[in-house]
Design a protein around this ligand. Structure first.
Ligand code: MEV
Length: 309
């Protein structure tokens, strides 16, 4: 049984989403494939090692599998620990493959829910964003309320927090992801922003402004107005920099990408990890990012979420 799930990038709204503002993200055409078969070994394995060494798969097995050892192999095109949703794609693809191997149908909502439970259990805290967009594919908007102007997908609740997941219908566009090569620790960056938000009222205004930009950015992308969407991305980036999650390496890649793109910003938690640029010249933008010391990935909107073969 083989299942495949895409990675993701956040287009608008990271960090502000922690304070109830909306967040827009899209699936990208870099995928993780997970194959699962029943095995005769005495314990389950992942890529030849004991499954106990892989916390996400160990947890997925604990939730979904009661039927003896399995042999799991994984293959991923998504760089790990870079903010591109590699762990969510692994969890979503594993959950889908195990569900199918167990004889049940695979439904994207169910996989998004199970995937979130796994991420939550492994990381201690998580939003359902990455597992939802990896399951659904395409683009999603996570909001604290249900919206009438977007197609509602599902609602997820955990420890008194509620998220409403909506589909965003966007046209195709090109994004270049620039990876700094530095690992950004999400929990550290979230804690850093929390400290600022608790101490300084102006940072609460920054968070609200990011929320407004996210709303406008989603509308601009839906209308195919890339020029406007790009400008809003750069604005979002500058606000993230005020929140302290930019680094000299990220800023260098953003500066390098801007002359050939509509706009550029940090994507994900920052403090390392990746930036993105919205561009009509992906080759040139990728070249500029690589010249500035980043690793460039030319990506597109991936409409296909999780599937099983
Ligand atoms: C990290 O990819 C996105 C953050 O907003 C954290 C979160 O939403 O859990 C920084």
């Amino acid at each position: 049984m083989m299942a495949s799930a895409p990675g993701k990038i956040i287009l608008f709204g990271e960090h502000a989403v922690v304070y109830g503002e909306p967040c827009v993200s899209m699936a990208v055409n870099l995928r993780t494939k997970v194959s699962v078969q029943k095995s005769n070994y005495f314990e389950s394995t992942v890529d030849g090692y004991s499954a106990y060494r892989q916390p996400h798969i160990r947890t997925a097995l604990g939730i979904l599998w009661k039927d003896g050892p399995v042999e799991i192999t994984t293959k991923s095109e998504i760089p790990s620990a870079a903010g591109m949703g590699s762990s969510a794609a692994l969890v979503v693809a594993s959950a889908a493959a195990l569900t199918k191997l167990g004889g049940s149908e695979v439904f994207e909502e169910q996989i998004a829910r199970t995937g979130f439970e796994v991420e939550y259990a492994v990381q201690g805290t998580a939003s359902p964003n990455d597992t939802s967009v990896s399951s659904h594919g395409s683009a999603i908007m996570l909001c604290k309320n249900k919206r009438d102007d977007l197609k509602f997908l599902w609602e997820i609740e955990k420890n008194g927090k509620r998220w409403f997941v909506h589909h965003c219908e966007f046209p195709d566009f090109n994004v270049v992801v620039g990876y700094t090569g530095a690992r950004g620790r999400t929990s550290e960056q979230v804690a850093k922003v929390k400290n600022l938000v608790e101490r300084y009222s102006f940072t609460r205004d920054v968070v609200k402004e990011i929320g407004q930009i996210t709303e406008e950015g989603a509308k601009a992308l839906a209308a195919g107005d890339l020029k406007k969407a790009g400008a809003l991305m750069t604005k979002n980036h500058n606000l993230l920099a005020i929140l302290g999650v930019d680094t000299p390496e990220l800023q260098k890649l953003v500066n390098a990408a801007l002359p050939t793109s509509y706009g550029a910003k940090i994507t994900g938690a920052g403090g390392g990890g990746c930036m993105i640029a919205l561009t009509e010249n992906p080759d040139e933008t990728a070249k500029a990012i690589e010249s500035a010391g980043g690793k460039a990935y030319k990506v597109k909107l991936e409409r296909r979420g999780v599937y099983v073969e």
